[in-house]
Design a protein around this ligand. Structure first.
Ligand code: CP
Ligand code: NVA
Length: 318
């Protein structure tokens, strides 16, 4: 499979990006392949106004640097426009329903991107509106991040199948979307987390079913050494996600043995790459020598948020 010259098996049929679970491996390949193409065009200064005259509403109930900037710049580069809507400034923050918000925004804009707490709010927005909805992070999932991550792995390793991604840390939103993505595309996914911080059971069950079809292997362990052993890519994320501020001190204790440092990283393959969705806390989930070291690809990964989201926007809003 060559994603630089990918031939789709079927037309892209998705209306939204709520979770990668509803995407076929072929559709995931189409998104990443278009992301690679748009990146190449951007680098060569080739204009691609695929969304001329289109508008994206961006609803944020949580902070963001990468997601906010990459979606806004992405829309601009595609010839469209993005509106930043902080949930505390719009009526949603004063109790207007998701259903009314969805129906009203559907009369004005061509798509909605939302970052919020409850996955059900993102799904309701899609249910009650008539335009594409993109999940830009919930407590449960972060599909745009996972797409940028697998795009980065493909660029660095020129393959997905038979590679092993080790996720060290919390079984959180980022871990969930990565597990789903890996299980769809045939990459082995091994996660190591403290007891009580394992990934969601339903998501794990779906990923294991996907893995049976794709041939990948999903492993959940409490032993970070077992998870990282022989890995081609090593991933970590913050120990406390947005909304878990009250647990920060407790989590620092619980997660201390799960720090990605040179001793743990040395158990991965010598050419393993290090990924992190960012923002990072150096000295907590990862040490400076790893995240700022020669195997780290975190800034290419952050850049790829822009390219792969442009692909998603172009496919959904066209
Ligand atoms: N990785 C990520 O989603 O970053 P932001 O929170 O800055 O958007
Ligand atoms: N797990 C983190 C990811 C931030 C991009 C959070 O939800 O805060």
């Amino acid at each position: 499979m060559n994603l630089y010259n990918y031939q789709p098996e079927k037309p892209f049929a998705q209306k939204h990006l709520l979770s990668l679970q509803s995407y076929s491996p072929d559709e995931i390949c189409q998104v990443v392949s278009l992301g690679l193409k748009l990146k190449e065009q951007q680098k060569n200064n080739i204009k691609h106004p695929l969304l001329q005259g289109k508008t994206l509403a961006m609803i944020f109930s949580k902070s963001s640097t990468r997601t906010r900037v990459s979606f806004e710049v992405g829309m601009y580069q595609l010839g469209g426009k993005a509106l930043f809507l902080s949930s505390s400034d719009i009526q949603l923050g004063r109790g207007e329903t998701i259903s009314d918000t969805a129906q009203v925004l559907s009369r004005y804009v061509d798509g909605i991107m939302i970052r919020t707490f409850k996955q059900s709010d993102v799904e309701d927005l899609a249910k009650y509106g008539t335009i594409p909805v993109i999940n830009a992070l919930t407590d449960l999932l972060h599909p745009c991040q996972a797409l940028a991550d697998i795009m980065t792995i493909y660029e660095k390793k020129h393959a997905w199948k038979w590679l092993k991604l080790a996720f060290i840390g919390d079984g959180n939103n980022v871990a969930h979307s990565l597990m789903i993505a890996c299980s769809k595309i045939g990459m082995d996914f091994s996660i190591s987390c403290p007891a009580g911080y394992e990934p969601d059971e339903q998501i794990t069950a779906s990923a294991k079913q996907n893995a049976e079809i794709s041939g990948s292997k999903i492993t959940i362990t409490h032993d970070p050494k077992e998870a990282i052993n022989g890995a081609d890519a090593v991933y970590t994320d913050v120990w406390s996600s947005m909304g878990q501020e009250a647990e920060i001190e407790e989590r620092k204790q619980v997660f201390a043995p799960y720090q990605v440092n040179s001793s743990l990283f040395s158990l991965a393959k010598p050419d393993a790459i290090f990924l992190h969705c960012l923002p990072a806390h150096r000295g907590e989930e990862v040490t400076e020598d790893i995240i700022d070291g020669p195997n780290s690809v975190v800034f290419d990964e952050a850049e790829n948020r822009l390219h792969v989201q442009k692909a998603i926007l172009a496919l959904l809003l066209k």
